[in-house]
Design a protein around this ligand. Structure first.
Ligand code: GLA
Length: 702
């Protein structure tokens, strides 16, 4: 341990302070708003003895472990090779810090283990916390748990925002008060799940979208995970995040080290939007773009809802021509292209083009797509196998299964055992062959079922290893993470992927809250958002092309229908929207996202840079007010703005109220507003019908 009494690390908006006390391990003094740590009274001087308590004080330290006076949750649980729990007690601690990072290492001299936590300020101003455990002894140890992070939440904490979901209903927002006992969000299906990553936002008293203390967290992990917030019996809360480790799954031989996946933390006094901005920064650091940087996101056409399993080369060739004609830049051939894949009951595992559908393989189609000026992308579902496949017939032992037990299928498929090197080698071989012989710029990597039985954390690590190997061998190929829509959206897989398929539900009304939930954890440039058919295949609801397109324009735009099947006028409108998105994509995914709510059920969303943004005002359902109340835009404060009205995306056939002349004039030429006016009096807007949106352009002039 260094001589310093305080160990501290600061982001622009927050401070982390650990304090050295009487014991070996430093105690938590503060994690929250930015403070001058030197000005804080020492914790030891603030805590008098409580009745019915041990004599020595046991405040929460950096590596809390139950045993000698700490009665809260433990950061780890380990056993010896004989299965007996090791009674861990950290009696030594060292720390070092460098610009933007702090490392604390605690040692247990009796059990000879070492636990390390590293705090690092990440681009965007957030914090990454990583933990590892090293076995320094000369015998094997079994790790039952190691929290990625465990930290106190301040006294002002009021509410937990989290998300749940299912296939076709991702990111359903949940709001709950801070618990009297404990709050737990645990996933056990083997993958991230449709409720989004293992993460949550903790809001303080009076925190809203734009101001107040918000703490956001997200575990960088795509498997079973647990996030818990427990009320200590002293009255404060402890947050912890961890992967779920199956009993006996992680063992450490002498000298070996186990790394828990990092927890990303965002701590902001600028409300949910402030924490979201930090979260986006942390994600942007993890995404590895081919050729060293993000390039303009190409507009997609995905074949799935256009043709489902009905593939033949001529039909798909026509679809590609129709796509190119409306301005599509990347054509993705979805499920249905490989051997025996006429339905979802056969073929997974046999990753070769079906000669009945593509007699010369995929190369002629890919070349045609290239000639049409588009990139070619391909759907795969590598971790899966249908029992009706050559792969399964040859290797029935390659799936997650329990000896002598039934093998439950879902969508007629089983899960390959990604812990096995031979399985990973086979899949690498198949994918490498495709990527080496066909001009494929993009893989849509799907995963369409839960794991039963579980493959544990090693299954997730096996998938990461395969992705890593492919990325290394084919660094120019971008990958989309899909799992029955948005079942695998998280910062763990973000290190290997470049887009997420947000949901199989493309209904624009359903997408409004879903995309806002997505943005709580991920930046807009990786949010797959498509214009789908009407009626929507997922909900049966009918929406105007304009409204569908306006909502899809918030993310990485795509189209999921057959343009040739549209009426000429509607197709022209779609092409016009694609052109609109291309014109503004550099702004839309330019960095900054701000979410807000206005009166009477209107929601808004601004995306852009500090100086230039597009603003969506969205009305999903009809309002009750006769006239719309102005929309307050707190982010606009302190600057002057030119505001121009770009697009009205309404319901066709629905009477649109006539806008007041000044509002209508903003279509022709921008209107200059002071930031104070926009923030406190509000942007005047016309009343909107249900299922409509307005898009504005805002440019700062001072
Ligand atoms: C999943 C995906 C869809 C599509 C189908 C193909 O459901 O989410 O987008 O790729 O699989 O089977």
């Amino acid at each position: 341990m260094s001589d310093a009494e305080l160990l501290d690390l600061h982001g622009e908006e927050w401070s982390l302070v650990l304090e050295r006390g009487e014991r070996a391990v430093p105690v938590w003094r503060h994690l929250g708003v930015r403070v001058d740590p030197g000005a804080l009274p020492k914790l030891g001087e603030l805590r008098g003895a409580a009745t019915f308590s041990l004599e020595g004080d046991h405040a929460m330290d950096a590596f809390p472990v139950a045993g000698l006076g700490w009665f809260g949750p433990s950061i780890l649980a380990v056993r010896g090779a004989d299965g007996q729990a090791l009674r861990v007690h950290f009696d030594g601690c060292d720390a070092d810090s460098s610009e933007g990072s702090l490392r604390v290492v605690a040692t247990d001299s009796v059990n000879d283990i070492e636990c390390e936590t590293r705090f690092r300020v990440v681009p965007g101003g957030g914090l990454e916390v990583s933990a590892s455990l090293t076995n320094r002894s000369d015998r094997l140890i079994i790790v039952d748990r190691l929290a990625s992070a465990m930290f106190p939440l301040g006294a002002s904490s009021r509410e937990i925002i989290s998300w749940r979901g299912r296939h076709n209903a991702e990111f359903v927002e949940c709001r709950e008060p801070m618990p009297e006992h404990s709050w737990v969000r645990e996933t056990r299906r083997g993958l991230t799940g449709h409720g989004g990553p293992c993460g949550a936002y903790v809001l303080s008293e009076d925190t809203g979208w734009h101001s107040g203390l918000a703490i956001a967290m997200q575990l960088a992990w795509s498997g079973d995970a647990r996030l818990a917030i427990e009320r200590d019996d002293e009255g404060f809360w402890i947050a912890m995040a961890e992967t779920v480790i199956a009993p006996g799954e992680v063992t450490l031989a002498p000298g070996e080290c186990y790394h828990a996946p990092p927890l990303l933390l965002a701590i902001s006094t600028k409300g949910r939007n402030g924490a979201m901005a930090q979260m986006h920064g942390a994600l942007r650091e993890r995404i590895v773009w081919p050729r060293g940087g993000i390039r303009p996101r190409p507009v997609h056409l995905n074949s799935w809802e256009a043709v489902y399993f009905s593939h033949d080369e001529a039909r798909i060739g026509e679809l590609a021509e129709a796509a190119a004609a409306i301005g599509i830049e990347r054509f993705i051939l979805d499920d249905g292209w490989f051997r025996a894949r006429d339905h979802d009951r056969a073929g997974l595992g046999d990753w070769e083009a079906d000669p009945r559908k593509y007699p010369q393989g995929l190369k002629p189609l890919a070349d045609k797509v290239r000639r049409l000026g588009m990139e070619f992308g391909l759907w795969v579902e590598p971790e899966m196998v249908n029992p009706d496949s050559d792969l399964y017939r040859a290797h029935p032992d390659w799936v997650l299964a329990l000896e002598g037990r039934e093998r439950p299928t879902a969508r007629n498929q089983l899960v390959l055992d990604m812990r096995r090197e031979d399985v990973r080698d086979y899949l690498f071989g198949k994918l490498d062959q495709l990527l080496s012989t066909v001009d494929i710029a993009y893989l849509k990597w799907d995963h369409n079922r839960d794991h039963a039985p579980s493959g544990g954390a090693a299954q997730t690590r096996g998938t990461y290893a395969l992705l890593e190997r492919l990325r290394t061998a084919h660094p120019k190929v971008e990958i989309e993470s899909c799992a029955g829509g948005g079942g695998r959206i998280d910062a763990g897989i973000a290190s290997y992927t470049h887009r997420f398929w947000t949901s199989d539900n493309i209904d624009a009304v359903a997408r409004v809250p879903m995309q806002r939930g997505f943005l709580a954890f991920m930046p807009p440039e990786v949010m797959g958002a498509h214009v789908g058919a009407s009626p929507s295949h997922a909900t049966g609801r009918t929406q105007s092309l304009d409204f569908r397109a306006a909502i899809a324009c918030q993310g990485h735009l795509g189209v999921e229908l057959d343009p040739a099947a549209m009426e000429e006028g509607v197709r022209a409108k779609l092409a016009d929207w694609l052109g609109f998105w291309k014109e503004w994509r550099h702004v839309i995914i330019g960095g900054r996202t701000v979410l807000g709510e206005a009166a009477d059920g209107l929601v808004w969303q601004a995306q852009g840079t500090d100086d230039e943004l597009l603003l969506w005002l969205i009305r999903s359902d009809h309002g009750a007010d006769r006239r719309a109340r102005p929309v307050l835009l707190p982010f606009a404060e302190d600057r002057e703005w030119d505001v121009q009205f770009l697009r009205h995306a309404g319901q066709s056939g629905v009477l649109t109220p006539r806008a007041a002349p000044a509002i209508a004039a903003m279509r022709e030429k921008p209107h200059r507003f002071s930031g104070d006016w926009l923030a406190h009096a509000g942007l005047p807007v016309p009343a909107l019908a249900a299922e409509s949106a307005l898009i504005y352009h805002l440019r700062a002039v001072s």
